[in-house]
Design a protein around this ligand. Sequence first.
Ligand code: G3H
Ligand code: 13P
Ligand code: ZN
Length: 333
Amino acid sequence: MVNYKDLGLVNTREMFKRAVAGGYAIPAFNFNTMEQMQAIVQAAVETKSPVIMQVSKGARNYANATILRYMAEGAVAYAKELGCEHPEIVLHLDHGDTFELCKDCIDMGFSSVMIDGSHLPYEENIALAKKVVDYAHQFDVTVEAELGVLAGVEDEVSAAESHYTKPEEVIDFSTRTGCDSLAISIGTSHGAHKFTPAQCTLVNGVLVPPPLAFDILHEIEKKLPGFPIVLHGSSSVPMDEVNTINQYGGHLEAAIGIPEEQLREASKSAVCKINIDSDSRLAMTAAIRKHLAEHPGDFDPRQYLKPARENMKKMYIHKIVNVLGSDGKLAQC
Ligand code: G3H
Ligand code: 13P
Ligand code: ZN
């Protein structure tokens, strides 16, 4: 049993309290590779932002759970080496689907876990989330649960259709589970294809997706004043990255994300954690494709992973400073 506090990690409780009160959101970036980890830490240190580094089941399968845990421990040391004396780094399990997976992560040093029972019948979702909360709280690990279903098909996270969160259920759900934060469904979805062109409106040659259901978000905020709300599926799928990928041999058609203006608005509400994974994948792939097309003789991975890391870092900083507003929000520098 490893306690995250011994690794220099923090849970989400205090940072969420400050984020809700301050009208900004904490970035939750997924990581699978060393380059993503380095870029996330560099971005968080340079902007003086708290940060959530999250690991999915797919990431554990790809990189190995133990390696990722040591990378998070290394992230704390790396942040200090970069000059941040008091980094606030959360190691979070993204979309945990069983009690056993959550327990395994808690036992190996995660400071926060998500139990995603959103696809289960209501009472089963509550029972599973409560079981995880009861275990996690013994070690002061915070728990995110989910009500409502996001659409999206990825390695380990899949649902064909979305169902918005029902505001009338949130008080009962949060009270009975004891969860520390609640992921809701208001129109975001996973991956780089969040909407079909038919669902969008053409404005000045640009496909504009339907707005998020802010009415539902505000109803939820009224029912649970000050309670931390989480948005999954919040990549904005920048067109310049998609165009670069396509220009250099990729084939990404109709890739559409959540407009940043809407995420900016959400960040000012009780939404205090915004999940971004696909934008990092796009930034990495665009930079690698461009580099290899322009330097066909290169074969040392460092030659193309360096610009990939730089491009991800630029994206992370942009999200922190221009969208979520978490820059300069460390409790202590
Ligand atoms: O919400 C899902 C994250 O983007 C993780 O995706 O399961 O393919 O690692 P993954
Ligand atoms: P995106 O696919 O929009 O980046 O969402 C990531 C996510 O929700 C991780 O849990
Ligand atoms: Zn998600």
